[in-house]
Design a protein around this ligand. Sequence first.
Ligand SMILES: [Fe+2]
Length: 162
Amino acid sequence: MNINDLYLRMIDFSEGNFHDIAHLSGVQGFARAIALGEGCDDRTRELAEAAAIVHDIACPLCRIKYGDTRWDHQEAEGGPIAREFLKKAGLDEADIARIVFMVSHHHTWSMSDGTDFQILLEADFLQNAGEQKLAAAEVHKAAEKLFKTCTGKRLLDAIWKI
Ligand SMILES: [Fe+2]
């Protein structure tokens, strides 16, 4: 999988929305760090990074259609948009199906069924907590039952010291 090509395509897709670009860049960076830290195989890391790059792909449409980027609107709209985007980027069907599944459930922790998905969720959590400027105690309380990877927990402790 060509992660950098996917990243550059997603930057084009973002049409200069720097908030979206900074968000997906942050989530991809965390996803990569967690995958490498956990010693994941290349495919797991690539799936996690690819999902991180496209996970919020429905946001531009949701802003127009619903006037918001609510999590359920994103999960409902994200799959087909991600599928078309990934197909154009030349990914094979197995990879597209896995990434589309993660995009379609990326706010539903109970749907996490693999290391790639868990990494996406933890990476998005870290980025969102930073963007929302949450207090350390709040971040740790929310993350307590959700985080599973050692590297995700390590990042959390490093950023939000308590
Ligand atoms: Fe996100």
